[in-house]
Write a protein that binds this ligand. Structure first.
Ligand code: PEP
Ligand code: CO
Length: 458
């Protein structure tokens, strides 16, 4: 989608976009050849933007609606996208999973659902250790496909800056397909609902049959009233990723001629991870200077004062839709920690958007070495999130999920009752475990019930 705006490259130092270079920074690769990295970054800086300023602004208004309790956000995708898995089939499966979940949530919430991928650029990963040791051999940790390769050899694990350019091109081709799927008639509501058929026809999912039938009837009702399904053939679908690799994000930052403000054009939405949100550090400084809606992950040890200071740094104007707090506390911790944060921010008069990431606080490793999460813990954190908001009188604005459209076995439980033995059969993630297609839909039905009950209680 084009609009009559020009995006130009900012010069070094403009708009404070390079101040971060003087600040403490975490989780960056050390490129063996600095000159080569600079050459690649200079090349990326000349390439076209992936997203446009007008789209980014529109997402900000959508997120503002969610912060007011007038929309619900669904953000989903891989923990770590890989270059190899950026195929048409896998991208389509992921987008369809998000669209199917969104339809169920729209019904449950009786509100628009803002669809936001963790995709088309989710390539850089923070790691708990800089190195990995296997059988006495120590190599640099895998930091995501945009930095190095997962294979455990010295050559593969050495950070290679050329991968940033490859990451840019793969983001562009992924986004191109996402745009085609979501505007080319593929996302027609009736088609999306018919894809749910497989899930419904499984007797194990009979618990969800009532709601699935209600959605059928609602669609039939719309058709009978002459609803213009053609107008519903296009959906807005936004992309987002963790803005971890700051040199890459800086190289894709452009100034919008309409307003003279910088946008990070690598994605509509960028978030700052739990490990890089230091108040006086590079990531918070850089993202305070671009116009995109920004997310910040908040873990279980977050203090109210930190949240207030993040608001002051990243959203000093308290602009609706600018700042999203993505809480990831764990199924039990959320009930202890979140209500206090919500009350403190509410007392200050701010209304950021709050969404729950029920994945990252619930991970553990099985005895046989598989990183996993329990479906029930994920759902319990979502319940804790809704309860905390009910208690504080604030809006539970959305969910952020690691998922795939494929039939993997990475998270335990769900109606298919994936157990530890089954985990080993289709475990593909290079990073954190994802809900598979059916587990994702099941989660959507359960969250839709929570949204319905909430509607009934209001
Ligand atoms: C992630 O979203 O994959 C991630 C690393 O999250 P967090 O920063 O919350 O640990
Ligand atoms: Co993850």
């Amino acid at each position: 989608m084009m609009n009559d705006t020009q995006l130009t490259q900012p010069q070094l130092g403009d708009h404070g976009l390079d101040n971060w270079r003087e600040l403490p920074i975490r989780q960056q690769p050390s490129w063996p050849d600095r000159a080569q990295a600079d050459k690649v970054l200079a090349d990326i800086a000349t390439r076209p933007p992936l997203v446009f300023a007008g789209e980014v602004d529109r997402l900000r208004t959508r997120l503002a609606a969610a912060a007011r309790g007038e929309a619900f956000v669904l953000q989903g995708g891989d923990c770590a996208e890989t270059f190899a898995a950026a195929t048409a089939d896998k991208i389509r499966a992921r987008v369809s999973t998000v669209l199917q979940m969104a339809l169920v949530l729209t019904y449950g919430a009786s509100m628009p659902v803002v669809k936001l991928g963790r995709m088309a650029g989710q390539f850089a990963k923070p790691r708990s250790k800089d190195v990995e040791t296997r059988e006495g051999v120590t190599l640099p940790a895998y930091r995501g496909d945009i930095v190095n390769d997962f294979a455990f050899t010295e050559q593969a694990r050495t950070p290679n800056p050329q991968r940033m350019l490859e990451g840019y091109h793969i983001s562009a081709s992924t986004l191109n397909l996402v745009r085609a799927f979501t505007t080319g008639g593929y996302a027609d509501l009736r088609a999306v609902h018919s894809w749910n058929h497989d899930f419904r026809s499984n007797p194990k999912n009979s618990r969800y049959e009532v709601m699935a039938c209600e959605i059928d009837r609602a669609l039939q009702f719309m058709a009978a009233t002459g609803a213009d399904f053609d107008a519903l053939r296009e959906v807005e679908f936004y992309i987002g990723h963790e803005g971890l690799l700051l040199e890459y994000e800086r190289a894709l930052t452009r100034v919008d001629s309409r307003t003279g403000t910088p946008y990070d054009t690598s994605a509509h939405f960028i978030w700052i991870g739990e490990r890089t949100r230091g108040l006086d550090e590079a990531h918070v400084d850089f993202f305070s200077r671009v116009r995109n809606p920004i997310g910040v992950k908040l873990g279980p040890t977050t203090e109210p004062d930190t949240v207030l200071r993040l608001l002051d740094k990243l959203d000093p104007e308290r602009e609706p839709g600018r700042l999203t707090f993505i809480t990831r506390m764990g199924a039990t911790k959320i009930r202890e920690t979140l209500p206090g944060l919500l009350s403190a921010i509410k007392a200050e008069g701010s209304t950021p958007l709050w969404i729950t990431d029920p994945m990252h606080g619930n991970g553990f490793t099985t005895e046989r070495g598989f990183k996993t999460r329990r479906f029930d813990d994920v759902m319990e954190e979502v319940r804790g999130f809704f309860d905390a908001h009910a208690e504080a009188g604030t809006h539970p604005g959305g969910i952020h999920i690691e998922l795939t459209g494929d039939d993997v076995t990475e998270c335990l439980g769900g109606t298919d009752q994936i157990d530890e033995a089954t985990l080993e059969t289709h475990y593909e993630s290079l990073c954190d475990p994802r809900l598979n297609h059916r587990q994702s839909l099941e989660l959507a039905f359960l969250v839709a019930e929570l949204l319905q009950n909430r509607g009934a209680a209001n």
